[in-house]
Design a protein around this ligand. Structure first.
Ligand SMILES: [Zn+2]
Length: 401
């Protein structure tokens, strides 16, 4: 028995030794990172290769991709036994790379594309000063925070509406790769409770394949007008729009909303429309007026820069200018007005009288209801968790009050 075992073991051992000696160590990859202003010739020459190599690789099927290189990507090189260029690896991201391998005077390419694993994550937020800070405290990426602003932008003015004690619960997708979080993805469902009123939003892809957000009743979250027509993350929270007019020192009738924000903060078109006027006057400074359909107009005053021309079409959220202090303004702020049939309305209240947002057709409702059932239950649980956490925080920090 023992002899037989040894006989079997012997050749196997020899086999391993022979095989190991026969495989030479492949030369290491030499990696170059694509820099600002780079092109293939510069990168190949930094790595010690010629224009001819550039030509041979980039004429390969799939070599076209190499003409679109972006800073931060890498291009790696491996030489053959005679020092000739043998392989080139273009890594676009952790999810996609292309390897070009020499085949005579040509190269053959092979693309590797990985898809990250999607996992659902959840978070609860309590607003103490701003959505942005609350999101950061909860460990959310900017992408998710901006996603929230996008989903609720038609119903919440994130610059002026949030109050201490407001809460947000959300379920979102995260992309994982090799057991590590790669990136945050889209919001699946979210609830925002602003001064006691809860708005919820659910992602839904209809039978036509169009993805959008709807409330629990299937009404679109995308409204005709944004509630705050500027990058809310930069608006000062302790701004009092009812102050005495800084220049005239009187409490003038104020026909709009003021958003104090640093010079250069992007200002957005509140809704789809056409630029009625884009100009300058001593009072308005640089200003833009937008006509939306027949009945609505929005005005944006004291801009630092105008980014649109009269007659131009704009879509909701498009940048039309930047916050400034031109004209009769002491400090940088956006003065925003909303007119219905030529009459000034309070932009903060006008939304109640605007046309209703689109609802899902009856034919989608059964599918919609079953799609949102699970996320809706998740939100309900998170809502309870958030109340519980708030209760504990209050008892913990308020002492004898
Ligand atoms: Zn004003």
């Amino acid at each position: 028995m023992a002899a037989k075992e040894a006989a079997i073991g012997q050749p196997a051992l020899e086999f391993i030794v022979v095989e190991a000696a026969a495989i030479p160590m492949p030369p290491p990859w030499h990696e170059e990172t694509v820099r600002e202003g780079d092109n293939l010739s510069l990168i190949f020459s930094r790595a010690g290769f010629s224009e001819r190599d550039v030509y041979e690789v980039s004429r390969t099927d799939g070599g076209r991709g190499l003409r679109k290189i972006y800073p931060g990507q890498t291009i790696a090189f491996r030489t053959g036994t005679h020092g000739e260029l043998h392989k080139v690896k273009h890594t676009e991201s952790k999810l996609k790379w292309t390897v070009f391998t020499r085949d005579g005077n040509d190269f053959k390419s092979s693309v590797t594309q990985r898809s990250p694993e999607l996992r659902q994550e959840s978070a609860i937020l309590r607003i103490q000063s701003s959505l942005f800070l609350a999101g950061q405290r909860a460990g959310l990426s900017n992408r998710v925070i901006m996603g929230l602003a996008d989903v609720f932008g038609g119903v919440i003015d994130f610059a002026l509406d949030p109050r201490v004690g407001d809460t947000i619960e959300l379920v979102y997708e995260a992309q994982w790769l090799d057991g590590e979080k790669y990136a945050d993805g889209a919001i699946v469902a979210a609830a925002f409770t602003n001064r006691g009123t809860t708005f919820d939003a659910f992602r839904y892809t209809d039978s036509q394949g169009d993805m959008s957000y709807y409330n629990g009743e299937g009404v679109s979250m995308r409204k005709a007008f944004l509630k705050a027509p500027l990058d809310f993350t930069r608006v000062s929270s302790n701004f009092n729009p009812n102050r005495l007019h800084p220049i005239y020192k009187t409490k003038r009738p104020h026909r709009g909303t003021d958003y104090a924000a640093p010079r250069g903060t992007p200002v957005y078109a509140a809704g789809d429309g056409r630029i009625l006027e884009a100009g300058y006057t001593r009072a308005n400074g640089n200003y833009v007026f937008i006509q939306h359909g027949e009945n609505y107009k929005t005005h944006y005053l004291h801009l630092h820069k105008r980014k649109v021309k009269q007659g131009q079409r704009v879509t909701q959220g498009e940048i039309i200018g930047t916050v400034g202090s031109t004209g009769a303004a002491t400090g940088p702020h956006l003065h925003y007005e909303f007119l219905v049939k030529g009459v000034h309305q309070n932009p903060r209240r006008v939304h109640k009288s605007l046309p209703k947002a689109k609802s899902l057709p009856e034919s989608e409702m059964a599918r919609f209801k079953s799609t949102v059932q699970a996320p809706s239950q998740q939100l309900a649980v998170l809502y309870q968790d958030n109340r519980l956490a708030m209760g504990q925080q209050t008892t913990g920090s308020s002492g004898g009050e």
